[in-house]
Design a protein around this ligand. Structure first.
Ligand code: NOJ
Length: 744
């Protein structure tokens, strides 16, 4: 018998029902700043919470903790747990390592915009290394939820609208976090989330219900999860909301039938925070005992709890017969197995000195800078304003409060950052040009506050503010005058980091506050303007897209953000990122995706509204660079294949510019007829290539049954059908170079 299994069986045979329930319970462990106790969103007494958790540890009442990142504290709590457990079972420490721990990478939507699995994998391997060094075993990432409604703030945490890109990004992240598998040194367990459909919240309102058709669920929302599971993810997290009327955390079909029985997932499932208790809130469970029983019976192995866990009632649920003892044992088995595989039994403590050294590793900063360079998307570059030539500039005006905000440069979902080493856009430009160019900065407008505050504001440094005595009118004028006197103005505008992420949905996509007005006044001076957008969702850029010559989307670029931005602005590297979502003109158009189907009056597809074009401002897959790419000779290696055959499409891509640059070559596919209507086109292949000046390269894409199959809602199954297929290849989703092949 497998030695891990026998070790697990032996432990389980000696555990009481209460000890089993303990292994299935994960608690937040908060040491929050003074004042956080007033935070109603938490629904707990912050002062009493650590004591409550420590008492649970002292009697084997918890199997895992989250939100501890200090290695000394992790060692202390681990000792409490091991000494408090009759069988010395250690804790698994989990945390939201979303885009870095100390070294902050660009936000996940930015990483996806790199269309570069290698960059993504390398980035998350750095995040994993830092996390593991401080004693974290498991990250609640990647978020692989498809997001098609940019009002939903969590769009920033995912890979955008497309299942094919989403699956590729999911795989790269799982590999980065986990390495070769559970137990790889310097890596952590990856936990794709939130299973499933969370991104489709009604109205883009976080946590609100989701209603997805069978076809959308299988063809769009599930593929990134499937890919993450196939890549070996050790954990999956549930979702908060109702999916088609059933709470995401009580859905046996999802966790048992789809995840385990159909996909063969062998890891453990954790609930989202308090989501098992929420089965009561939903009006699904009768009481906490019922909630615990139904979640565990559905296949939710571990409950993430803020306080007063529903799984604390599992002993009663077992006694009454409500909880299936076999389900409980299976869950305990999965949790213990993860602990053994991760080596936590054998080496439960971390070396605090080593942790310090790993967090300070300069190589990690290089990875973050490169990732930020590769994530940026150039949206407009009229008259080749970019790259700027520092030798021909006397002065630069850097405008906007976000230009020099360290905290905002990092983006949401980070807690352990180091502001001292964070490079803002202003810092980056100054460091790049040195004393040769005069660089002035004006904030111009005040920091905009959310109407309803964010629950994340309670964490240190998260709440933005203006300098003391800030006079917006005077500062606005000063900003415009600086721009007027400069050779170029770099305006940084977007959303403050607490305006995006969890519980950060929006009813509008406009630039918050007076940022657009400031931008307009700066453009009116006649000085050439570069707009840098700091965002995690598309914003309403209709005016800038017509009037600002250069627009570069830098997202929330992370610790080395400013250094990366300077390299892009001054041409040390060419932007090569592409949009991972369709960029709407205005909020009234959402949701808007490139892969829609065709129906009545397709000739009016772009005029579905009488007051605004129903085309995007920028299409999915779009992004410019300092190169110029031409596509030619699109061919398929055979005109016709059998249902199980593969066609290879080839295209020649040439960089006709006089400098090296990157291009993301994209392949789109369309099935002309069949037993369901198929989207007008769907991404089915991509490759990011670097081409020297004048270089040509042939890029091949296999198109096999895997690329052609889809979930047919009528058959309730996957199908691959005979049909004529259109292929397009190009630099974005509007690519025109096309060919066809037949599937017989
Ligand atoms: C709630 C979020 O939905 C989830 O993504 C996160 O991992 C947990 N909180 C823990 O912070």
């Amino acid at each position: 018998m497998d030695p891990i299994q026998s070790r697990v069986d032996d432990l389980i045979s000696r555990m009481t029902p209460a000890e089993k329930a303990g292994q299935l319970t994960q608690y937040f462990y908060f040491r929050l700043p003074a004042g956080a106790a007033d935070e109603p969103a938490l629904g707990l007494d912050v002062e009493k919470q650590p004591g409550m958790v420590e008492s649970a540890l002292a009697e084997g009442g918890a199997g895992s903790l989250l939100f501890v990142t200090d290695p000394a504290e992790i060692n202390r709590l681990q000792r409490l747990a091991i000494e408090g457990h009759r069988h010395g079972v250690p804790l698994l420490f989990g945390f939201d390592v979303i885009h870095g721990l100390r070294t902050i990478l660009p936000v996940p939507i930015a990483m996806a915009a790199s269309w570069d699995p290698e960059t993504i994998e390398r980035g998350q391997s750095v995040a994993a290394r830092e996390a593991r060094a401080v004693g974290i075993h498991w990250t609640f990432a990647p978020m692989v939820d498809i997001a098609r409604d940019p009002r939903w703030g969590r769009m920033v945490e995912g890979a955008g609208e497309d299942p094919y890109l989403g699956a590729a990004v999911a795989v790269a992240q799982v590999r980065g976090f986990q390495g070769a598998g559970l137990g790889t040194p310097d890596r952590v367990i990856a936990g794709p989330k939130h299973f499933a459909g969370y991104g489709a919240a009604l109205g883009g309102r976080d946590y609100d219900e989701v209603n997805l058709s069978d076809a959308e669920l299988w063809n769009v929302y599930l593929p990134p999860f499937r890919a993450a599971v196939d890549a070996g993810a050790g954990n999956v997290m549930t979702a908060y909301m109702d999916l088609n009327g059933i709470p995401g955390s009580g859905n046996r079909w999802l966790f048992t039938e789809v995840l385990r029985e159909t996909w063969g997932f062998g890891g453990f499932v954790v609930s989202d925070a308090n989501a098992v208790r929420n089965l009561l809130t939903h009006g699904f469970a009768a009481d906490l005992t019922d909630a615990g029983a139904r979640a565990v019976n559905a296949g939710v192995d571990m409950e993430m709890a803020i306080s007063d866990a529903a799984y604390g009632h599992l002993t009663e649920a077992l006694e009454s017969g409500a909880a299936d003892p076999a389900a409980v044992d299976a869950s305990v088995r999965r949790v213990l197995e993860a602990k053994i595989r991760m080596g936590v039994f054998d080496s439960p403590y971390v070396d605090e000195d080593r942790a310090r050294a790993v967090l300070a590793d300069p190589a990690h900063r290089d990875v973050a800078r490169t990732a930020a360079e590769r994530s940026a998307v150039l949206l407009r570059n009229e008259g080749d304003l970019l790259p700027l030539d520092a030798r021909r500039l006397g002065s630069i005006a850097v405008i906007g409060p976000l230009a020099d905000s360290k905290r905002d440069t990092l983006g949401p979902w980070v807690f352990d950052f180091d502001l001292d080493e964070t490079v803002t856009v202003l810092d980056g430009i100054r460091a790049h040009v040195g004393d040769r160019v005069r660089v002035d900065h004006a904030r111009g407008v005040r920091v905009v506050q959310r109407v309803f505050p964010s629950m994340f504001d309670m964490f240190g440094d998260n709440r933005p503010g203006d300098p003391e005595g800030f006079d917006e009118e005077a500062e606005f004028r000063r900003a415009v005058e600086l721009a007027r006197g400069a050779d170029v103005a770099v305006v940084v505008a977007g959303e403050w980091q607490n305006m995006i992420g969890e519980a950060a949905s929006r009813s509008s996509l406009e630039l918050p506050g007076r940022q657009l007005e400031l931008l307009q006044a700066v453009v009116e001076t006649g000085t050439p303007v570069v707009l840098l957008v700091m965002n995690g969702r598309p914003l309403d850029l209709r005016w800038p897209a017509e009037h600002v010559p250069a627009i570069l989307d830098i997202w929330y670029p992370g610790t080395q953000g400013g250094a990366a931005v300077a390299n892009l602005l001054f041409g040390a590297v060419s932007p090569g990122g592409k949009l991972p979502f369709t960029w709407p003109r205005t909020v009234g158009q959402v949701p808007m995706v490139y892969s829609h189907t065709r129906s009545h009056e397709p000739e009016n597809q772009t005029r579905r509204y009488w007051d605004e074009e129903s085309t995007p401002l920028f299409p999915f897959g779009f992004g410019l660079g300092y190169g110029r790419f031409s596509y030619a000779d699109l061919t398929v290696d055979r005109a016709s294949v059998a249902a199980d055959g593969t066609v290879t499409a080839s295209v020649r891509v040439t960089n006709t510019a006089d400098r090296e640059a990157d291009e993301v070559v994209q392949l789109y596919l369309h099935q002309r007829y069949g037993s369901a209507s198929r989207p007008v086109r769907e991404l089915k292949g991509f490759r990011r290539v670097t081409l020297a000046a004048g270089e040509s390269r042939t890029v091949d894409f296999p198109i096999g049954p895997g690329e052609r199959r889809y979930w047919n809602a009528a058959a309730r199954d996957w199908v691959t059908e005979p049909s004529t297929f259109d292929v397009w290849v190009g630099g974005d989703s509007t690519a025109e170079l096309t060919t066809t092949f037949e599937v017989a």
